[in-house]
Write a protein that binds this ligand. Structure first.
Ligand code: SF4
Ligand code: SF4
Length: 453
């Protein structure tokens, strides 16, 4: 490529990054990393992560089936921005409507790869390994091996940005113990209670709620909390469901159980996806260290930082109900406050790895989710709330700075929160036409029509 070509390519990448930055796009898969920063890298492959491996969530598979053209457009833009000559759409064979919808758009450069129906196929490190055979080093990121991974909804948002539409809505699945499980699109900032109402409300009185998927989602008690750019799902389950009880367990209880009953069987390590692909992470050693006053090689302790918190060790592997994941999470928090980073080599991958992955159906059975595993059909219209609460931090990085005043009228799509100068962050946009009711350091509240109260 000559210098002129290089220059025009750089300018095109810059334009795309500006467009993505201005539209406030962040990774919709959960992490919320600002997409314009991801797009600034030079990559060899862009992967669309359509694995949606969390049981019960049915958002990405339905979005890909409904909006194939936008998904391909978003992927093409991502490939242009990163200079990647190859795009891979990673889907599971059971997502036939999505596969059929996307097939007419495939080219020599853009292909579908079918992932096995296992958990956690959607963890980006695992998605990369399953689709390309490349392995992200422990403590590393996908771009270290020439790959950029984007979620389905993220790339649809990129296509919308190209049409001049910033991120103002979120599609999510509302399921479990609800009257009409559904996959809905709502303005960002809609309350979770309203989202629950869109699914006909909870079935039964004694319910608990998980924000996100059953494996990696967290318990939520305040349904007045708003939907954000990264809200993947809302799951209702009876309060006495084993999954809820486990998520409610205090860290003290987790540590006490680990100390009392860990038999060092190593099942947690044998089934740990990161360990299987050659990361040092060995949860049984971390449990042993915690049980014996952290008597372990410092390198072993810091390997907790490479835990993805996929939950395989606690929900599937451990035969006696210990949660190495919770122990790792606590260790990670401690190590991060001390500014410690993990440094270690990628080891040989387990030759049996592909046979040790957990079939999704077995996981659903093990989690006792079969009775709460309905379809969640896609609703085409976008719900219109009277009020929205826009969090100023819906992403990794610094919170956005409000640039509107109480009482000011705003239009849907107008910027209300700006990225602080020189910081990593994402813009926040009004998700309805209305009036600014309240501004706090954490959020901006907008009300449709009417005057500020
Ligand atoms: S699987 Fe459970 S009992 Fe076995 S080593 Fe891991 S934490 Fe201990
Ligand atoms: S949660 Fe458990 S299984 Fe998953 S990466 Fe961490 S240690 Fe491994």
């Amino acid at each position: 490529m000559n210098a002129t070509n290089d220059q025009s390519k750089n300018e095109m990448s810059k334009d795309i990054n500006t467009m993505v930055r201005e539209a406030g796009i962040v990774g919709a898969g959960g992490a919320g990393f600002p997409t314009h920063v991801k797009f600034a890298a030079q990559a060899e492959i862009v992967i669309v992560n359509g694995a949606e491996c969390e049981p019960m969530l049915k958002t990405d598979q339905q979005l890909a089936a409904r909006y194939p053209e936008q998904l391909i457009k978003g992927l093409t833009i991502a490939m242009k921005a990163t200079g990647a000559p190859k795009g891979i759409i990673a889907l599971k064979a059971k997502y036939q409507p999505a596969i059929k919808a996307l097939e007419p758009y495939l080219t020599d450069q853009i292909q579908i790869t079918i992932l096995p129906d296992i958990y956690p196929a959607g963890d980006e490190v695992m998605t990369i390994w399953l689709t390309t055979g490349r392995r992200v080093p422990p403590g590393g990121i996908p771009i270290n091996i020439g790959v950029v991974v984007n979620n389905v909804q993220t790339l649809i948002n990129v296509a919308k940005a190209h049409e001049g539409e910033p991120v103002t809505t979120r599609t999510l699945t509302v399921t479990g113990a609800v009257n009409n499980p559904v996959t809905v699109t709502v303005p960002i900032g809609t309350s979770l209670q309203e989202v629950l109402n869109l699914a006909g409300g909870g079935r039964g009185n004694d319910l608990a709620y998980i924000l996100g998927g059953p494996m990696m989602g967290s318990l939520i008690t305040d349904l007045s909390a708003p939907v954000t750019k990264t809200t993947g799902g809302l799951i209702a389950l009876p309060k006495d469901h084993s999954l809820i009880k486990r998520k409610q367990m205090s860290l003290e209880s987790v540590l006490r159980i680990a100390k009392t009953v860990c038999e060092q069987c190593r099942f947690c390590t044998e089934l740990c996806p990161r360990h299987m692909i050659g990361h040092e992470l060995s949860p049984h050693l971390l449990i042993r260290a915690m049980n014996y006053k952290r008597m372990a090689d410092p390198q072993t302790l810091t390997s907790a930082l490479t835990c993805s918190e996929c939950g395989v060790c606690e929900a599937y592997a451990c035969p006696v109900g210990i949660s190495p994941m919770r122990v790792n999470r606590a260790l990670k928090a401690e190590l991060r406050t001390q500014g410690i980073r993990y440094q270690g080599e990628l080891r040989k991958e387990d030759s049996m790895a592909k046979y040790r992955m957990i079939p999704s159906s077995r996981l659903v059975q093990r989690l006792n989710l079969r009775p709460w595993y309905p379809e969640a059909p896609f609703r085409l219209d976008t719900y219109e709330p009277d009020e929205v609460t826009l969090k100023l931090q819906q992403h990794i990085g610094a919170p956005a700075i409000p640039i509107v005043k109480v009482g000011e009228s705003v239009l849907r799509g107008q910027v209300v929160g700006e990225i602080p100068e020189g910081a990593l962050g994402a813009r926040v946009h009004a998700s309805l036409d209305g009036i600014v009711q309240q501004i706090t350091p954490q959020m901006i509240t907008l009300r449709k029509g009417g005057a500020a109260t």
